[in-house]
Design a protein around this ligand. Structure first.
Ligand SMILES: [Zn+2]
Length: 1084
């Protein structure tokens, strides 16, 4: 495109963007011209007979950590950290424009687009040029560099989709990242690898892995590998993955940034300080050493760090000299070649080397940076922020769906939705949801969430009013109304039974919006101030209800807030797929037929049992859970709360590590009981039965079984954790069964596939464990389970937590932690959360499932758990409306209920439905079962998209990569070839004994150095050598579902009936497959 028309396009584009109305018929913006030289075409040439050193100029810009997002962006609070992202991008762009040789990568879209919006069109045009020529390259590209342990796959996919969409809208094909860049997250999940692969990425590099694993991988040249991201999806989930040599820092002595104190290269010919020879010698030695641990004649050296390049010319000037003086030695026989490069150019060189690579099938958890620093505390840190993030995702999905189905779209919809999208993107950052930020930064995240949810609630209120008001009621206008008939308020404090609308009105309506594309039945709890109510459904039928008093421990928190003393419970059935049903709730003045809920009389001599025909729980005379009957099995199963004392030390050497926001390190691995006797109250009703346990003054729990559910709920409440003994405490819940699990248990990977864990063991090296408790902790995003030949026990969580099985048959989950010391990884504060001067109280739910592990009639327990997991993550959203102006008859005739989607088969989840470009929807379907989880539900499923989304007028549909920003059939990925079995064996046989370096990562966050002493980590003692016999070659390769479609497949059972003209809309999903489509709607 000629220059001047490009200019006008840019101007038009910006204008259009401001209007939030940019029309993008093609996924790729039309910036790309044949002259584009971005991506692999822009790489500087390497020299085939030399060691090519790829210098990566980069900056790592945390989207909040010690400072808030805005403080980092604008560079305020310099006393905390000298970090201003706006200066980084300013100065890098200047430096790049001056010299076409230079390269830079940028990662965090949250910051980039904040900056972009502030630029003049002239600057934007220059940046377009830099991107088009591959001089500025986006890498990673998501809204933030997400954590991989505590994040849910839905939110990871969402925040990549949004970051990549903004890049695509702005820069077209050249803005699309090819490589993942997870340099700082504290361990790496297999699901993340799978997601990258499905988004079409060619590879991924990261910085942090267990120090023993790293040692082993370097010694055996296995630090770069093909990672099998899924046990279900085959090759489409394979990702080339590289562990960086020096985390993401510059080699020691070569940080030329203004934030560092290393010497510049001094090349004055006669300067007494001239250090060219010495510096170049040192750098080339470093490169040579590094190359010994990698397979090709290329090495990648990261030249940057946290918030580096605020004065880019300082770094670049020295890199220029380093390159010039190093390469000048080639005329004298040096065979080392330094180039400005990017991770994708490095990856291209690896690909072109034509060699084969090792493979990996497990994950990189937990991460240990030294023998006593297991980064497993952050799996639980800040439990209430972790839960809030889940709530935020829940509402984001509701808001997306309702915004997509709005008959009339208000101009502000897109901005509101985008604000919540971007807030959730920020929340996934590896110092946000992880709980490893400073307290005031955590508060800033919470505030953003609150604003985001409120903004989107303006959309949902508008849309629900449009949808529910019958035409005669609002015949005056088709415009979205400014004054709404109904409030559709949201109540963010329902978890402590608090909601102003239901507590203070005698008549109100509860609208349950079901974000799943299945019919659901749900037990609903509503805060109310009295015990006389009637509830009628949208057909005028009275509902059975049960009233329960709010638990004492919850009343204690609420005292300061509101007055609901009761919870009204009823069973809402047949909630339509992606639709809603409204209930009219009215206080009843007659006191007949109503009575205060009563506690069942106390038993003192025998078992207290609650339950239904599916599951029964027995509690002993001391008030503890003691046995469970389900599925025809009865087992002794106990549940209790315990705590570890957080280790306390000065952090100056490994042994003196404190437990903190990142690190879980219990004092002497000792466990403490919180109670020997538990006070209980029992409530029995038609709808739910509850045992309310009080363990002590700061731990209580409601254990409940609903009439029709096959699992039990354990709603725990922990806090304020006492610290008057000056000891930090880490509280766990533990379920102990007789299941003979033989050291094996299973945890989920970001809420999707389950990964097998073995106590005191890692799959790929001989583990030497110095921390037997924390070294066995794994991230549990949604589920932890164990089983033997007979029985299976699983716990589903409502937020990410750390979990383990430290004895056979036992599962523990850490629910809350309060610590008094910093663990010296940079945050500089103890994790001591308080609220109104007292320790923070956390409340949450565990869903407990138990039954037969095999031979079960009906669907398997695993499949039941998957469905329960989905329904508990995305239950119906509760909207409350004051009904002062409508009695129940008026209400019945004035409003309507709708469902917009046809019900999908149970194993299929409509993962995404959101407004995309104009007249477009982004839609994702997911098969939620793994292979073999259930005889019926694990089969491939066919659905017809047009039938499912029958209320939309669909014109066209095209499949994209997982992120929704590239057409699937136009996406090609670099293919890497795995080692043959013989090569796997040989690579161990050539293990070099002479390698003497133990490449222990400096685990400290940069800028805040912590001193480490060498604690007995001499060469060879980490078991590298002996591992080679035990390590198995990975020959078992999962294949795509094609094999499963043997004749007789019952996929057709699930096939929705559809006319033949709908063939193009019929899709098939194999276990764990997600398929993403951009659906184009007809203009109305
Ligand atoms: Zn970071």
């Amino acid at each position: 495109m000629p220059r001047e028309s490009l200019y006008w396009f840019v101007v038009f584009y910006i204008f259009a963007y401001i209007l939030q109305d940019v029309e993008m018929r093609n996924i790729h913006a039309p910036y790309e011209s044949p002259a584009s030289q971005c991506g692999y075409l822009s790489c500087h040439p390497t020299k085939p007979n030399m060691l090519n050193v790829h210098l990566i100029a980069h900056t790592h810009d945390d989207v909040g950590w010690l400072k808030t997002v805005d403080q980092y962006y604008y560079g305020s609070e310099t006393n905390i950290q000298k970090a201003g992202v706006q200066y980084i991008i300013d100065s890098v762009v200047d430096a790049l424009l001056k010299d076409p040789e230079k390269r830079f990568i940028y990662v965090e879209s949250a910051y980039f687009f904040k900056w972009w919006r502030e630029q003049t069109s002239v600057v934007q045009e220059s940046v377009q040029k830099l991107v088009k020529e591959g001089r500025l390259e986006f890498i990673g590209g998501a809204w933030s560099m997400n954590d991989e342990a505590t994040t849910h796959y839905q939110s990871i996919i969402d925040q990549f989709s949004w970051g990549l969409r903004r890049l695509n809208d702005t820069f077209g094909e050249c803005g699309r990242p090819r490589v993942g860049w997870q340099i700082d997250p504290f361990g790496h999940s297999r699901e993340m690898a799978s997601i990258f692969a499905q988004m079409g990425f060619d590879g991924m590099f990261f910085g942090r892995l267990d120090y023993q694993d790293k040692d082993e991988r370097l010694m055996t040249k296995n630090a770069e590998m093909i990672w099998h991201g899924s046990a279900n999806l085959g090759k489409t989930s394979d990702l080339f993955t590289g562990a960086l040599y020096n985390n993401y820092q510059a080699p020691e002595g070569f940080c030329f940034d203004i934030l560092c104190t290393d010497d510049p290269i001094i090349d004055g010919k006669h300067s007494p300080d001239n250090n060219v020879k010495e510096r170049v010698d040192a750098f080339l030695d470093y490169a040579k050493t590094q190359s010994k641990y990698y397979r090709t004649n290329n090495v990648i050296i990261t030249m940057g760090g946290d918030f580096t390049y605020q004065a880019a010319q300082v770094y670049y000037k020295n890199l220029d000299k380093l390159i010039r003086y190093s390469n000048a030695r080639q005329v004298n026989g040096s065979n080392i070649n330094l180039i400005y490069s990017t991770p994708s150019c490095y990856l291209k060189s690896l690909h072109e080397s034509g060699i084969t690579w090792p493979t990996k099938s497990d994950d990189f958890f937990p991460y240990a940076s030294d023998p006593h620093a297991y980064w497993t505390g952050y799996f639980t840190s800040r439990p209430t922020l972790k839960r809030y993030e889940r709530d935020g995702n829940h509402f984001l999905q509701v808001c997306k769906q309702l915004s997509a189905m709005a008959p009339n779209k208000s101009p502000e919809f897109e901005a509101h939705l985008t604000f919540l999208r971007e807030t959730l993107g920020i929340m996934q950052h590896h110092d946000a949801i992880t709980g490893t930020e400073k307290q005031k930064v955590a508060l800033d995240y919470a505030k953003r969430m609150s604003v985001g949810v409120r903004a989107c609630a303006a959309n949902t209120r508008n849309v629900l009013n449009q949808l529910s008001v019958k035409s005669e009621t609002s015949s005056r206008t088709s415009e979205p109304r400014a004054d709404y008939l109904l409030d559709f308020k949201i109540c963010p404090l329902l978890n402590i039974t608090s909601c102003p609308v239901s507590e203070s009105n005698d008549r109100f309506a509860l609208t349950l919006y079901n974000p799943l594309a299945h019919f659901t039945d749900e037990y609903v709890r509503v805060p109310v101030s009295h015990y006389n109510y009637k509830v009628i459904d949208n057909n005028g039928a009275a509902m059975n209800i049960q009233i329960l008093p709010v638990p004492h421990s919850v009343m204690k928190i609420k005292k300061k807030i509101l007055k609901a003393e009761y919870e009204l419970v009823f069973f809402a059935t047949n909630l339509p797929p992606m639709g809603y049903r409204t209930y009219y709730i009215e206080k009843w003045n007659s006191s007949e037929n109503f009575a205060r809920p009563n506690v069942s009389p106390k038993k003192t001599s025998s078992l207290t049992v609650i339950g239904n025909e599916h599951i029964k729980l027995g509690f002993d005379t001391n008030g503890f859970l003691s046995e469970v009957t389900a599925d025809g099995l009865t087992q002794i199963i106990s549940q209790e709360f315990l705590y570890y004392e957080g280790a306390k030390g000065n952090n100056e050497e490994f042994l003196n590590r404190s437990s903190g926001a990142y690190i879980f390190r219990p004092n002497q691995n000792k466990i403490h009981f919180v109670a020997t006797q538990v006070d209980i109250e029992v409530y029995r009703g038609e709808i739910v039965q509850e045992v309310r346990q009080k363990f002590n003054d700061w731990i209580s729990q409601v254990v409940r079984v609903y009439r029709a559910k096959s699992y039990a709920e354990f709603e725990w409440l922990v806090g304020p954790i006492p610290i008057n003994d000056n000891v930090g405490k880490e509280v766990i819940t533990r379920f102990t069964s007789g299941i003979e699990s033989a050291g094996t248990f299973y945890t989920d990977s970001n809420g999707r596939e389950m990964i097998k864990r073995r106590r005191n063991q890692r799959d790929t090296w001989n583990l030497k464990l110095n921390e037997e408790v924390s070294g066995n902790y794994y991230p549990v995003t949604t589920k932890i389970a164990l089983e033997d030949g007979t029985a299976r026990m699983a716990i589903l969580t409502d937020r990410a937590q750390g979990g383990s099985s430290l004895q056979d048959g036992a599962i523990e989950l850490m629910v809350h932690r309060r610590l008094l010391h910093d663990d010296a990884f940079g945050v500089g504060e103890a994790l001591n959360e308080t609220e109104q001067g007292e320790g923070l109280i956390a409340r949450g739910k565990h869903f407990f499932s138990f039954g037969q592990s095999g031979n079960r009639s009906g669907i398997s327990l695993k499949a039941t758990e998957r469905i329960a997991q989905l329904e508990n993550m995305l239950p119906a959203w509760q909207f409350f409306s004051n009904m002062k102006s409508y009695n129940s008859e008026e209400w019945l005739t004035s409003f309507k209920n709708i469902g917009i989607s046809l019900a999908l088969p149970k194993p299929v989840h409509l993962l995404t439905l959101e407004p995309w470009h104009q007249n477009q929807l982004l839609v994702r379907f997911e098969h939620i079962m793994e292979k073999g989880e259930d005889v019926l539900y694990s089969r491939p499923v066919q659905i017809n998209v047009k039938s499912v989304l029958s209320s939309f007028d669909i014109d066209d549909m095209r499949e994209t990569t997982l992120d929704g920003n590239a057409w699937l059939n136009e996406t090609e990925r670099l293919q890497f070839v795995p080692d043959s079995e013989q090569e796997v064996y040989n690579s161990y046989a050539t293990f070099s004994r002479s390698a003497k370096a133990i490449h222990l990562l400096s685990a400290a966050k940069p800028l805040l150095g912590v001193k480490y002493y060498d604690e007995a980590l001499p060469s060879g003692q980490l078991g590298a050598e002996s591992n080679r016999i035990k390590r198995a070659a990975y020959t078992e390769r999962p294949e795509l579902h094609k094999d499963d479609q043997a004749p007789g497949s019952m996929a057709a059972d699930f096939t929705l009936k559809s006319g033949s003209d709908h063939q193009q809309y019929t899709i098939e999903l194999s276990p764990m497959q997600i398929r993403t489509f951009v659906v184009t709607l007809s203009h109305v």
